[in-house]
Design a protein around this ligand. Structure first.
Ligand code: ASP
Length: 338
């Protein structure tokens, strides 16, 4: 039966956001890989995110009447809290399911996501220990699925927030000539999986610095150069991006010890000085102080963009949730539940 849905008139802040959006829609309904994001999508996501950022915690009514589920089957601080707050600041109703869900009783991922989907929610954010869960889920739901990190594979919204942080600093969407050094556990990192794809597309030059044991075979196929000497990699860099050693994936067994790793690859003041004078230090979090980066960089140092990344994460996720849930063209994701 038809129901009557009428939207309230927009507030001044909402009209401002609608002006920035300028009638544009994204090219995708689910976000499982950064490869889906076109150049146009990127410009739209960033334009809207920058404006949302200006409004801080202002409550927009754009997604009123829509529901949102955070399904995090692995630990998270930044990604889960920012998605939840972003949804609330768009007036969505939110709920969470976690590793404590019926998955632990033996229910499959498929049955779990189809159960959630039966509540007619608009967005389901999935983080999983295994690679490929969000992609599988996206094929079986009416809700839009957003990958919040799947195993060793990808973490597309992390790459988006990193892309926003870098382009704001550089002042251009074109990163040609910008040297980004990614340091650390490349092998087990889903952050690397999305970041490298996005930055290559934006034209950046990428060097990776890590011991041979923490580098995937044929990493050069991503169009990056591998350096075992961190000093060589850092020389003249514009961005230094440190990654955590992923101990929950057994990475500790790939280095002699964390102390040893930190001596060889940890980002100290002295090492950072090898990069350009105003080089940015970035990290997706959580930072393991004095292992991946020296304590001084963990928050307040002027070269550290770590908290700026966190702030941008909120803005970019709000942008994504609005654009995905509230399409101007009215087209819907097509999946027919039997
Ligand atoms: N927070 C990021 C992730 O979930 C990075 C990390 O955990 O080291 O992949």
């Amino acid at each position: 039966m038809d129901v009557i849905l009428r939207k309230k008139p927009l507030s001044d802040a909402e009209m401002d956001l609608a002006d920035v959006r300028a009638g544009r829609d994204l090219s995708f309904f689910d976000l499982v890989s950064i490869n889906q994001v076109t150049d146009k999508d990127l410009v739209l996501l960033f334009d809207v995110a920058r404006r949302f950022r200006d409004y801080k915690t202002y409550k927009f009514s754009f997604n009123k009447g829509y529901s949102h589920i955070n399904a995090f089957f692995e630990p998270s601080t930044r990604t889960s809290s920012s998605f939840d707050l972003a949804a609330k600041q768009l007036s969505m109703d939110t709920a969470s399911v976690s590793g404590n869900s019926s998955l632990s009783k033996g229910e499959s991922y498929l049955d779990t996501v189809q159960t959630i989907d039966a509540y007619n929610v608009k967005t389901i954010i999935i983080r999983s220990k295994e690679s490929g869960v969000p992609e599988m889920a996206a094929r079986h739901t009416n809700a839009s699925i957003i990958n919040a990190g799947d195993g060793w594979h990808e973490h597309p919204t992390q790459a988006l927030l990193d892309g926003l942080t870098i382009t704001d600093h550089v002042g251009s969407m074109n990163l040609k000539g910008i040297v980004v050094v990614i340091v650390g556990d490349i092998l087990h990192s889903r952050v690397f999986g999305s970041l490298v794809r996005l930055l290559k597309k934006m034209g950046a030059t990428i060097r990776v610095a890590a011991p041979h044991t923490l580098i995937p075979k044929e990493v050069e196929r991503f169009g990056v150069t591998h350096h075992v000497s961190i000093e060589e990699a850092l020389s003249g860099a514009d961005v230094v991006y440190a990654l955590r050693v992923q101990s929950e994936r057994g990475a500790n067994g790939f280095v002699p010890s964390l102390r040893e790793y930190s001596k060889m690859f940890g980002i100290s003041k002295a090492r950072m000085a090898l990069a350009k004078k105003d080089a940015m230090l970035m990290h997706p979090g959580p930072v393991i102080r004095d292992i991946d980066v020296h304590s001084v960089f963990a928050a307040a140092d002027e070269q550290s963009y770590i908290l700026r990344q966190v702030e941008n994460g909120m803005a970019v996720r709000k942008s994504l949730l609005w654009l995905i849930s509230d399409r101007i063209d009215g087209v819907r994701k097509t999946f027919t539940r039997k």
